[in-house]
Design a binder for this molecule. Structure first.
Ligand code: THU
Length: 130
């Protein structure tokens, strides 16, 4: 993946964060998933008054990818409007692993802080069936 492609993916995640529905935490997250066809699918966190039903931006982006026919997660960008990056929660790591074993994950924020790794770094010894 070229630098320009990574930059565009981060921009898509940033734009998606604008749509976050986070009235309880006020923590807005955007994610963008690049599939095997070169298509980008975005997600934001969507919270609920029954807090436990809230869904993270990363999972919503992966599910949007699957609903659009994508089956392989090539890369994921995660953006939060913070000074330090946010890394995906455990549940999202497992979901990302299902479709992207070794997918690139770029976490970006409003400072130069960035994390660029892959799903196997985020979730070592993952439970997978194949
Ligand atoms: N959240 C995400 O969307 N992605 C993450 O990587 C961490 C947490 C959301 C869930 C909840 O809506 C809010 O951020 C605070 O936890």
């Amino acid at each position: 993946m070229g630098q320009e492609e990574v930059r565009a993916l981060v921009e898509a995640a940033k734009a998606a964060s604008q749509a976050a529905y986070a009235p309880y935490s006020r923590f807005r997250v955007g994610a963008a998933a690049l599939d095997e066809h070169g298509r980008v699918h975005v997600g934001c966190n969507v919270e609920n008054a029954s807090y436990g039903l809230s869904v993270c931006a990363e999972r919503n982006a992966v599910f949007a990818m699957v609903a659009a026919g994508g089956r392989r997660l090539v890369a994921m960008a995660v953006y939060t409007p913070t000074q330090e990056v946010t890394t995906p929660c455990g549940a999202c790591r497992q979901v990302m692993m299902e479709f992207g074993k070794g997918a690139r994950v770029v976490c970006a924020c409003d400072s130069t802080d960035v994390m660029d790794l892959d799903t196997k770094d985020l979730l070592p010894f993952a439970f997978v069936l194949d």
